[in-house]
Write a protein that binds this ligand. Structure first.
Ligand code: SAM
Ligand code: SF4
Ligand code: SF4
Length: 343
């Protein structure tokens, strides 16, 4: 039974009045892809030291924190990573989180293992999923994931998710100038009319290892103009305050696409997202240099009330708005890597 509106947990506001509504939980820092914009293999190679098992939060620890976050107003958790489907027994975690009243559970995945896992994830209660797929051109995609992983298996994963009842699906594509920009129209044509929602993400300067350059960013406005020239688009209202994607509908009613313009049109003013790293750090911005260690409190006998006090303290002090401040002056600031943060 869902609570009446008056029974909803009190919202927790930061220094700019932004409420804590979403929590992205990284369940592993490992990945079977080496996307060059996220985990370049020169850095994340054989000698890279990933987290040890005992450094990663257990399902019980994650669920305990999620319950506390829900009690201070979080409505949605997104499991991510690294590649979340690499985490053993992921459906068990989905089941545990889905049992928390008032909390919606979603997952972001590269789709590589979905063909095998979709049914178990759906059986565990997963109803919504985002699959990352940067191109339908096999050569381009294999080079972008730098694992020679074929498009076909990701598309099979999407089909399996649909068969398991997880739909509509959101499909995320990061567009890089000179890398996959020439294939964005193919993606739009493919997913138009499918019921799935394709979203183009501007390439971001997350972390410090991907060699990001502004001239590799394809602005969302350009993506919209290119699609609209062939398949006319009209703007749509946001579904809710804080939605990261700008929504556009095909004028002929054949569906919608989105653009996530974190670089060219930042949306920090509506950012209601916190992140929990696989090792239990609470991070309040995608571009943060560090987080606050909740694992220590989880493991030192602190009560739920103690943990809630810590979370309230961190969020109420939050004043992050990196994307609005992005400039030469912020360029060399230390930043956590996306694979560690949970994208
Ligand atoms: N491995 C899963 C996946 O790829 O969907 C989940 C984690 S991944 C870090 C989450 C999202 O972040 C993906 O959609 C990915 O494309 C996006 N991402 C990673 N690095 C990025 C960057 N530098 N700029 C924009 N998006 C990025
Ligand atoms: Fe892995 Fe996702 Fe990062 Fe690609 S974007 S390297 S799939 S974590
Ligand atoms: Fe939120 Fe930080 Fe991104 Fe701004 S830069 S939208 S505060 S995560």
């Amino acid at each position: 039974m869902t609570s009446a509106a008056s029974d909803q947990p009190p919202a927790l506001a930061d220094r700019f009045g932004r409420l804590l509504r979403d929590l992205r939980i990284s369940v592993t820092d490992r990945c079977n892809f080496r996307c060059r914009y996220c985990m370049p293999r020169e850095v994340f190679g054989p000698s890279f030291e990933f987290l040890r098992r005992d450094e990663i939060l257990s399902f019980e620890e994650i669920t305990r924190l999620a319950r506390i976050f829900a009690s201070v107003g979080v409505r949605k958790v997104r499991l991510t990573g690294g590649e979340p489907t690499l985490r053993a027994e992921l459906p068990t975690l989905i089941r545990m989180l889905s049992a928390i009243e008032g909390l919606e559970v979603t997952l972001t995945t590269n789709g590589s293992l979905l063909a095998h896992q979709a049914q178990a994830l759906a059986d565990a209660g997963l109803r919504r999923i985002t699959v990352s797929l940067d191109s339908l051109d096999d050569t381009v995609f294999r080079a972008m994931n730098d694992m020679d992983f074929p498009v076909r298996l990701v598309l099979e994963g999407i089909d399996s998710a649909v068969r398991a009842g997880i739909a509509p699906i959101k499909v995320n594509a990061v567009i890089r100038r000179g890398v996959n920009e020439h294939t964005l129209l193919d993606l739009a044509r493919h997913f138009r009319g499918s019921g799935h929602i394709l979203r183009f993400i501007e390439y971001m300067d997350v972390g410090t290892t991907n060699g990001w350059r502004m001239d590799e960013v394809v602005p969302g406005s350009e993506v919209v103009a290119r699609i609209s020239a062939e398949m006319p688009l009209v703007p749509l209202e946001a579904n809710y305050r804080g939605e990261v994607a700008q929504r556009w509908a095909y004028a002929d009613g054949s569906g919608e696409v989105g653009v996530i313009t974190s670089v060219t049109q930042p949306f920090c003013g509506d950012c209601t997202r916190a992140r929990l790293t696989a090792s239990g750090e609470l991070v309040t911005c995608l571009f943060a240099s560090h987080g606050l260690d909740l694992k220590a409190s989880l493991r030192d006998g602190s009560s739920d009330a103690d943990l809630e006090r810590v979370i309230r303290g961190v969020w109420s002090e939050r004043d992050d708005r990196y994307s609005e401040l992005r400039s030469e002056a912020t360029r060399d600031l230390p930043r956590l890597e996306m694979s560690r943060l949970g994208g």
